[in-house]
Design a protein around this ligand. Structure first.
Ligand code: MN
Length: 436
């Protein structure tokens, strides 16, 4: 899986890419951008603090063969979905050609420069139309911590270690990083009140998750064997599954989360490909003694050996008080994607195991990722709001206030390789609309 595009020594003629935290030439993630609100969205690839306009590069004759064919079709039909549905071969063709165009010493550097745009002048969009969005619950520390708030003696339900738990989410309200997050109104009934009421969410929270983009889909009624599931993954992103805890607490029984989770979900807009992540795959951490072995349809030796992702995850909070005092964003947590109890391939194989058809552009969320000492939600950090967090500004937080901004980051690092990152997944809370 590793080739010349993974060599740490390779550099780009785009100077900002060399040593870039997120987008060195070894990453080359796929995205959809516009330079002007009036202009149509264009397919691009991030390189340092620039974006390479692939459609411009195609028109200029800089792409050939399968890469040119995939981008040519895609720009008139379904964008990145048209590339991802072709599987690994098309992704690799684009990666290799763009690598050659952007590499130090490229004889086409001058021509390529005409199709670079400064990222700060561009708007990034959800990279393709999301057909369906499913959110799992694969962070076992999160499941235990949240379970313990409700059931101190019995935090994990008996099914947890056997079946990947999930629910069908809402694709229409998935937005790209930077889009405002409006506090939802909804029905709440805290234990201290006798009657339910309708109004602004009082316990607004974030959830630190990874997103998995479906590349090639499967036909209805045709499950995806675990050994093939990895090949159906088209890419990865960060996902903030904003959650209205008070609304959730009142509505979730008996059918699970509904409006508490569907008012907005924020993703990082770059599709980080499985090829870019190849050096950062990791063995799935062994299960603790006594845990059940996954059932056969979820077990694959190769997936166990290198199907997990090794990413350092961080959550940063900026508040009006921190900003007013000129203070830096406050780091709420630092964790690792190795805190997931199931691999991405296991989530995908389970989803399709009953015959459900996954389609190109579907998005799977892993569930909140918490590790000991690095919790992925305020629900866990403040123990359901009972232990408010003190910030350097003198402010305290039980849950998120209007004007707060949450930023998620993911970085992959490994000795001997150029580190890559996912870019930002950022959203600021704006006030709820009138409740009538
Ligand atoms: Mn979630």
């Amino acid at each position: 899986m590793l080739d010349h595009t993974h060599l740490a020594a390779r550099r780009s003629h785009v100077a900002s890419a060399n040593g870039h935290d997120d987008f060195p030439i070894q990453n080359l993630p796929f995205g959809l951008f516009s330079t002007d609100p009036e202009e149509p969205e264009r397919m691009g690839i991030a390189i340092g603090d620039q974006i390479l306009d692939l459609e411009g590069a195609l028109e200029a004759g800089l792409l050939t063969g399968l890469a040119a064919e995939a981008i040519e079709d895609a720009q008139f039909i379904d964008g990145w979905a048209d590339v991802l549905c072709r599987g690994r071969e098309a992704r690799v063709a684009i990666r290799h050609q763009v690598f050659d165009l952007l590499a130090e010493g490229s004889r086409l550097a001058g021509a390529v420069a005409e199709h670079l745009h400064a990222s700060r002048d561009c708007t990034l969009h959800v990279p393709m139309r999301i057909g369906d969005y499913t959110d799992f619950y694969a962070g076992i520390v999160h499941a235990k911590t949240v379970g313990a708030l409700m059931r101190p003696d019995n935090p994990l339900l008996p099914n947890y270690k056997h079946v990947p738990i999930g629910y069908h989410g809402r694709a229409s309200s998935v937005v790209a990083s930077g889009h405002p997050v409006r506090r939802p109104n909804g029905q709440r009934k805290p234990a201290t009140e006798t009657e339910p009421s309708f109004g602004p969410c009082r316990n607004l929270d974030y959830e630190l998750e990874l997103g998995i983009w479906i590349g090639e889909g499967n036909d209805l009624g045709e499950p995806i064997p675990i050994g093939e599931a990895g090949r159906h993954i088209g890419g990865f992103c960060l996902l903030n599954d904003w959650s209205a805890r008070d609304i959730q607490g009142w509505e979730y029984q008996p059918l699970g989360p509904f409006l508490a989770k569907s008012f907005c979900s924020t993703i990082s807009p770059w599709i980080v490909t499985p090829e870019a992540m190849a050096p950062f795959r990791h063995a799935q951490p062994p299960r603790p003694e006594g845990d059940p072995r996954p059932m056969d349809y979820l077990w694959d030796d190769a997936d166990q050996a290198h199907g997990a992702l090794d990413l350092e995850l961080e959550v940063w909070l900026m508040t009006p008080g921190l900003r007013a005092k000129g203070l830096a964003p406050f780091r709420l947590s630092r964790g690792s994607s190795l805190g997931l109890y199931w691999t991405p391939a296991q989530l995908l194989a389970h989803h399709a195991s009953g015959g459900c058809n996954l389609r190109t552009g579907d998005l799977l969320g892993t569930g909140t990722i918490s590790v000991e000492g690095g919790m992925g939600s305020l629900l866990e950090i403040t123990r359901g709001g009972k232990e408010p967090l003190a910030l350097p500004s003198g402010e305290t937080r039980r849950f998120l206030e209007d004007g707060d901004e949450v930023r998620l980051t993911a970085r992959a690092r490994r000795e001997g390789f150029a580190g890559i990152g996912f870019g930002e997944c950022r959203g600021a809370i704006s006030p709820a609309p009138s409740a009538r």
